[in-house]
Design a protein around this ligand. Structure first.
Ligand code: PLP
Length: 400
């Protein structure tokens, strides 16, 4: 029989994918399920990006490339960091990988030894703790509460740091909460980090361009230049350019770290898809003029979903600054019974019963290290969202 490795046994399969799969099964049975599980923009990749990929195929850009990215893409990333983030990198400080997820995994693989600790603010993106475990490290969860809009307090960060801390992973705007940190909130965390020179910082800026109400995105190395030497700034084209399937993520950081990540890639994935790299060149060098319209659509959906959730008895959600998620605390529903006669003891029960009784699929907060709660992805069409909001309200109004 096949035995999983000890490292893999410590890993959970992705809860978001599990929910999406369950919703798909119910749909196949003819049930009118609304799936708010997946974290993927429902918009299409802009045409000028697709055209660049087609041109790359026709021009024969279909061979191996340098392991961690073609010079043209590295140049576009250097320009992007300079133009949008006030960060100066040279091409040899840039790593390109098949998605934002592999960028993070390569960095962890390149640096973690058994027992090394990685601080992960919760609610967290599902993959961080499991990637850390796969690399032999220990996730250290630092809780960020509803009362703080799910943003990490400096004193909570300070309390989580030990001599074994290797990294802080910092994600703003956040998946799963949408929480975006202001410059001064980032500075307050940076001040703590300045006292602990052995801690490296990994920022995950994947949702940089998906923000609302004039939120000004900022990233750690930009806000506190004294952290530049120990920060890996990760980003990607997946969310901003609706390119989740193309698989291109990137990072800027200290050259020795970038070299180590290249060594990992050289013996594992090799280069990211050549055609996708050319598409990413067009994305990063091209206009962002399609974003305001998309963000306006996302914002209208956010506002509607937020209003429905906050009107539902037992649910509370703060207003997210960005991304396309609302994270609701559902502690007010625990201990209640549904109109179908089932007791809700955990957020997993809440989500299972919401799916069973009202055919709405959302992901339990426990998957994000934050129970009891759940995440709604509002990156779906308006009609489905209006109906889903009504169903969530009806479900909660029926609790007793
Ligand atoms: N980081 C965060 C916070 C995400 O939500 C995601 C995707 O869901 C990623 C990284 C991974 O992006 P990619 O699809 O480019 O691997």
């Amino acid at each position: 029989t096949i035995q999983q490795s000890d490292a893999l046994k410590r890993v959970q399969p992705s809860a978001t994918l599990a929910v999406t799969q369950k919703a798909r099964e119910l749909k196949a049975q003819g049930i009118d399920v609304i799936s708010l599980g997946a974290g993927e923009p429902d918009f299409d990749t802009p045409d000028h990006i697709k055209d660049a990929a087609i041109a790359a195929i026709r021009a024969g850009k279909t061979k191996y490339t340098p392991v961690d990215g073609i010079p043209e893409l590295k140049a576009a990333i250097v320009d992007k960091f300079g133009r949008e983030n006030g960060l100066t990198y040279t091409a040899d400080q840039i790593s390109v990988a098949p998605g934002g997820k592999p960028v993070i995994f390569n960095a962890l693989t390149a640096t973690l030894n058994p027992g090394d600790e990685v601080i992960i603010p919760a609610p967290y993106w599902v993959s961080y703790p499991d990637m850390v475990r796969l690399c032999g490290g220990e996730p250290v969860v630092a809780r960020a509460g509803l009362e703080d809009g799910f943003k990490l307090r400096p004193e909570t960060l300070a309390a989580a740091i030990t001599p074994k801390t290797k990294w802080l992973i910092f994600n703003s705007p956040s998946n799963p909460t949408g929480a975006g940190y202001t410059r001064s909130e980032i500075q307050a965390l940076a001040d703590v980090l300045l006292d602990h020179p052995h801690v490296l910082v990994m920022t995950d800026d994947m949702y940089e361009h998906i923000a609302y109400d004039g939120f000004q995105f900022a990233t750690m190395a930009e806000v506190e230049p004294r952290l530049y030497e120990r920060t890996l700034t990760t980003n990607g084209v997946s969310k901003a350019f609706a390119m989740t399937g193309w698989r291109i993520g990137y990072a800027g950081g200290p050259k020795p770290l970038i070299d180590a990540m290249r060594k990992v890639m050289s013996q594992t994935t090799s280069n990211p898809c050549s055609i996708s790299q050319w598409a990413a060149v067009a994305a990063l060098n091209g206009p962002l003029d399609f974003l305001p319209e998309r963000n306006a659509a996302f914002k209208a959906r956010r506002d509607r979903m937020l209003a429905d959730i906050n009107a539902a008895p037992g649910l509370t959600a703060p207003t997210p600054e960005g991304a396309f998620y609302v994270f609701a605390d559902c502690s007010g529903t625990i201990g209640k019974t549904t109109s179908s006669g089932h007791l809700i003891e955990t957020d997993i029960d809440f989500c299972a019963l919401l799916l069973q009784d009202e055919a709405v699929a959302v992901v339990p907060g426990s998957a994000f290290g934050a129970a009891p709660g759940f995440r709604v992805s509002y990156a779906t069409d308006d009609a489905s969202l209006i109906e889903a909001g009504a169903r969530i309200r009806r479900f909660c109004e029926g609790l007793s």
